[in-house]
Design a binder for this molecule. Structure first.
Ligand SMILES: *Cc1c(COP(=O)(O)O)cnc(C)c1O
Length: 225
């Protein structure tokens, strides 16, 4: 099946109100352009350098999402154009994003990444760390960031019940935070969860944004290109 066909199939599989981030990491511009020419505009990358290169080379009406972990010193390269940062996993990083937002005279949309997996390898904040950020005076003084929701990555496992538990935890974390800190803030509305292997379950559990790569663009080679 072509990229266009796979994209169409996935779009037919998910409700219209769910945002589809086509994860194009490691894939060449031609693949992205095929999806673009079929009408898709939202793409996700997980490396700053690759994202800036693709931003430079590809049409400017693409909405770019940074879905990966970021080093603070690299935020400046994507701050001028990035639509949404999914991987805010420390207060320090959030403050750097705010500073880069100020420099670029824009407000940068962010998702706080919550650690939901039973693995050591995935980044993220605990629920209490999120609360500590939101309660702090310093957070309240940040003028150039906009926290629009949460992001999480489930464990890499065949155990479907575990994946569902992890997604449910993210959803209930979102609901509690919404009530306690964002009750009258309509910007806080997104839950970014679900990838190629588990997006149906993520949507069942309340996801509003799915990040799908290999089911659209095919398997990635392990070697980064
Ligand atoms: C690569 C990646 C995805 C997409 O993974 P697939 O299994 O190829 O759909 C989603 N989210 C993040 C954070 C990723 O790094």
């Amino acid at each position: 099946m072509s990229i266009t066909q796979k994209l169409t199939e996935i779009k037919n599989n998910i409700p219209d109100n769910i945002k589809l981030i086509a994860v194009s990491k490691t894939k060449p511009n031609e693949d992205i352009l095929e999806a673009y020419n079929s009408g898709h505009r939202i793409f996700g990358e997980n490396k700053v350098q690759e994202l800036t290169r693709k931003y430079d080379e590809l049409p400017k009406d693409i909405e770019w999402h940074m879905i990966g972990h970021m080093q603070s010193n690299k935020v400046k390269y994507i701050a001028p154009f990035v639509h949404l940062l999914h991987g805010i996993d420390s207060f320090k990083l959030l403050k750097v994003v705010n500073k880069e937002g100020q420099k670029n005279n824009r407000t940068i949309n962010c998702l706080l990444q919550v650690y939901i997996a039973k693995e050591d390898t995935k980044f993220g904040l605990s629920y209490n760390e999120v609360v500590n950020i939101l309660e702090s005076d310093e957070y309240k003084s940040l003028t150039n960031i906009n926290i629009v929701g949460l992001m999480g990555m489930a464990s890499y496992t065949e155990d479907l019940n575990q994946i569902k538990r992890e997604f449910s935890f993210l959803k209930s974390s979102f609901d509690k935070l919404k009530l306690d800190y964002f009750a009258d803030n309509s910007n806080f509305k997104e839950i970014s969860m679900g990838m190629s292997g588990d997006y149906i379950h993520a949507i069942d559990t309340g996801s509003t944004m799915v990040r799908i790569g290999s089911s659209i663009f095919g398997a990635r080679s392990l070697r980064p290109i």
